[in-house]
Structures are given as C-alpha cells and as structure tokens.
Design a protein around this ligand. Structure first.
Ligand SMILES: CC(C)(COP(=O)(O)OP(=O)(O)OC[C@H]1O[C@@H](n2cnc3c(N)ncnc32)[C@H](O)[C@@H]1OP(=O)(O)O)[C@@H](O)C(=O)NCCC(=O)NCCS
Length: 145
C-alpha cells in the first residue's frame, strides 16, 4: 500500500469511490480542475494498481483546508483512513503548513474520531451547512505541535 500524488489517470477509480460514498459527488471535471491548481495537493492510497482511498488539501500561505477524505467502502476499518490523513499531515508540514482546517458532518462519528486521534480539535459549528440530508458541520483544526 503506497501513498502518492493523484494523477489524471486515477480519476476513473476515484469517481467510482466518490459515487459510491457521497450523495453529492464531485465531478471528474471538478477533480481535473483541482489537479491542475498549484495550491492543491491531492493524494491517493494505492494497492496493486487499485485506488483504495484519496484525500485533498487546498493551501493558503501556511494554512490548508481539507477538501475531501474517502476510503472505498469494502476497505474501511483497516487503518487506511488513518494512514492517508497522517501521511497528508506529514507532507503538508514538510511544505511549511502550520494549521489544517476541515469540516465534517456532526453525525460522522468515525471521521471525527479519526481526526481527533490525529490531533484535530473541535473549534466551531456551521449550522445547516450540509444538504441532502441537512446537517450541521463541525469545524476542526489541527495546529502543528
Ligand atoms: C471516514 C473514513 C475516511 C475513515 O476511513 P477508514 O479507513 O475506515 O479509517 P480507519 O480504518 O483508519 O479508522 C476507522 C475505524 O476502524 C478502526 N480500525 C482500524 N484498523 C482496524 C483493524 N485492523 N481492525 C479493526 N478495526 C480497525 C479504527 O480504530 C476506527 O475505529 P473507530 O471508528 O471506533 O474510531 C471512511 O469511513 C470514509 O471514507 N467514509 C465515507 C466518506 C467520509 O465520511 N469522509 C469524511 C468526510 S469529512
């Protein structure tokens, strides 16, 4: 299992997971646009040529925002999410990022626990941020130690 930068050739595999996991999936074109942006970092976890998960960050000066985190349904609860997010934190810090922000559905307990294990702290709530279904967003931030 390796972590590497997301490439255009990965997008079919990414879209398969994206459509399976999210009510409002990003489009392939959306991902393509992000892959061309200098302020974006997108990575995949790959095993034997198959995409198991992916994650993206947008950077602004020494801060970053997580755009998405996903692990394919049949490979969840194996530690891949933790591998993905912790690797991304290390890479971001190597690039001089001091603070990472994200938002997550308040009911997404698995994701919240994962982020807390990796040092993210709860620092706000955005009411009715998500649609389909409507749900508040928990805002979380990780500050470099
Ligand atoms: C959130 C998400 C990325 C987590 O990925 P994951 O690969 O399942 O994460 P991990 O395996 O590292 O951890 C998940 C759980 O599995 C457990 N686990 C990890 N390895 C394990 C193993 N070998 N055996 C048993 N349990 C294990 C972890 O302890 C954790 O348990 P917890 O929920 O009780 O805290 C994934 O569930 C997902 O893609 N969800 C849908 C999309 C989503 O919600 N994205 C986040 C939006 S912000």
């Amino acid at each position: 299992m390796i972590l590497r930068e997301m490439l255009v050739d990965d997008l079919d595999g990414v879209m398969e997971i994206e459509h399976d996991l999210f009510h409002m999936p990003w489009t392939k074109e959306g991902y393509f646009t992000y892959l061309t942006r200098k302020d974006a970092m997108f990575f995949v976890v790959e095993e034997k040529g198959k995409i198991l998960g992916y994650m993206g960050l947008i950077t602004v000066l020494d801060e970053a925002d997580v755009t998405n985190v996903a692990v394919r349904r049949d490979r969840q609860r194996e530690g891949i999410g933790q591998f993905l997010v912790s690797s991304m934190i290390r890479l971001a810090e190597d690039m001089g990022i001091n603070m990472i922000h994200l938002e997550v559905r308040v009911g997404n307990e698995t994701a919240i626990r994962l982020y807390e294990r990796l040092g993210f702290k709860r620092d706000g709530l955005r009411k009715n941020y998500y649609t389909d279904p409507v749900e508040d967003a928990l805002l979380m931030t990780r500050t470099r130690l």
